[in-house]
Design a protein around this ligand. Structure first.
Ligand code: PEP
Length: 250
């Protein structure tokens, strides 16, 4: 039986004060919540503060991005071994904002995914189609080709220790949420695609939904057979909202 995971992506939000206070509130509001995996991904500069604030709690630390190389002349970048030193457990790779705004390619995302696994952290691989692609009827081709770029480089077995987040771009930060049925259809296809290569990896892989998940819609989304939790943006910035989403996943 797969556990559910709720991961908060704080994007470029927060201050020292916000991080300390919000993590303290999330800790107390999710106290005793051991039926669900939980993680918060703050900005890079807030990782040390967040590491201290989450120490000894059930909430894991995540990062929003990583460079594929271990070290080198890459100004402004941070490597997987560096993140590992701050107790980071999950690393988001291939978020649509990075694909769109930073021009990240499938190949770069696949390299980042491999770099995260190489130091035994867990990649959260984001895949998802634009509104135009959905309207063209090519959602599944887009999502599966993003997935194949990673499968071809890292193989199927590692998906037992990896997380996939299906995030339709048209539902991120827009106020529109995919219906549970729309999300389940894509999640089911992703799992079948994995199962064609390895049944056990497909069964173990947590596939999250992301795109305007909030307390009001989480239970219905998480009730779908192939939705194993959520990657949560805006709603994860409010401790009570994040805690309610975790409650819906338990
Ligand atoms: C995200 O960017 O990963 C996300 C899902 O954002 P939101 O929940 O705000 O739509």
């Amino acid at each position: 039986m797969r556990r559910k995971l709720v991961a908060g992506n704080w994007k470029m939000h927060g201050s020292r004060r916000f991080v300390e206070q919000t993590l303290q509130s999330i800790r107390s509001e999710t106290e005793g919540q051991d039926a669900v995996d939980m993680a918060i991904c703050p900005t890079l500069v807030h990782l040390p503060l967040a590491e201290a604030a989450l120490s000894g709690s059930q909430i894991a630390l995540g990062a929003q991005n990583v460079h594929a190389a271990t070290e080198g002349a890459f100004t402004g970048e941070v490597s997987a071994p560096m993140l590992k030193e701050f107790s980071v457990r999950y690393v988001i790779v291939g978020h649509s904002e990075r694909r769109q705004l930073n021009g990240e390619t499938d190949e770069q995302v696949a390299k980042k995914f491999a770099a995260v696994l190489a130091v035994k952290m867990i990649p959260i691989l984001c895949v998802g189609e634009s509104l135009q692609q959905r309207e063209q009827g090519i959602t599944h081709q887009v999502v599966l080709s993003q997935l194949d770029a990673v499968l071809d480089r890292s193989g199927i077995e590692v998906f037992s220790q990896a997380v996939i987040a299906y995030e339709p771009i048209w539902a991120i930060g827009t106020g529109i949420t995919a219906t549970p049925e729309q999300a389940q259809e894509v999640h089911g296809n992703i799992r079948r695609h994995l199962a064609e290569r390895d049944g056990a990896a497909a069964e173990n892989c947590q596939i999250l939904y992301g795109g305007r998940v909030k307390a009001a819609n989480a239970a219905e989304l998480f009730g779908q057979p192939d939705i194993d939790g959520g990657l949560v943006g805006g709603a994860s910035l409010k401790a009570d909202e994040f805690a309610s989403i975790c409650e819906s996943a338990s």
